[in-house]
Design a protein around this ligand. Sequence first.
Ligand code: HPA
Length: 243
Amino acid sequence: MPTPHISAAPGAFADTVLLPGDPLRAEHIARTLLDDAVEVTRVRAMAGFTGSWNGRPVSVMGTGMGIPSSSIYATELVREYGVRRLLRIGTCGAVSESLRLGDIVLGQGACTDSGVNRSRFRGMDFAAIAGFDLLAAVAATARERRVPVAIGNLFSADLFYHPEPTLVDALDAMGVLGIEMEAAGLYGIAAEHRVQALAVCAVSDHLRSHASWSPQQRQCGVDDMVRLVLDAVIGAPPPGVDA
Ligand code: HPA
């Protein structure tokens, strides 16, 4: 059933949906990485597509930035379209000195200054965690291919321009790896609906050294990460067959 924010027909989404923030990235992934992708929704320029990867169905849809926007799409995908696996595909700012630009951070958990999970949890602190099967699958594929991944806590910030000057120190002191703006909300939705979610973020900028990816590096780096995620959770080609 179409929703206020998604115009797709019932059954138009696959069981697994990749969720980049940028709808143009969703379109790019659909048109250049997936096979036979068709647009299934476009409301307020937020586009969604369903195609296939190594012969298996998968969808991709933009969510906009931040927990409020991404939560609308994730909730409607789960409740109205029966989606069971939500994979945020994005970038993060590195907090930890151990991370380099281009490293992949798998959000095993997500702290936040947002109140959404307290709203869900009668004001108590909810441990927002990734779906274990998704986390294990992406971690295993990355390790097999010697792609650098760090696994740990993300911080999903409500404000990109945060007024607290010591925020990064506070996060670092608790071992938080990177800052982004959606994972904690996605994990809360997954818990509420008993589905799986995982945030996979490429380090696009470093909050210590202030190094950042060029637009070209951003495009290619995220594409490589998406291929890795698709192989891990949808399926790699059989040995000897080129993707
Ligand atoms: N803050 C919040 N979100 C982000 C950042 C950041 O520094 N970098 C990439 N996404």
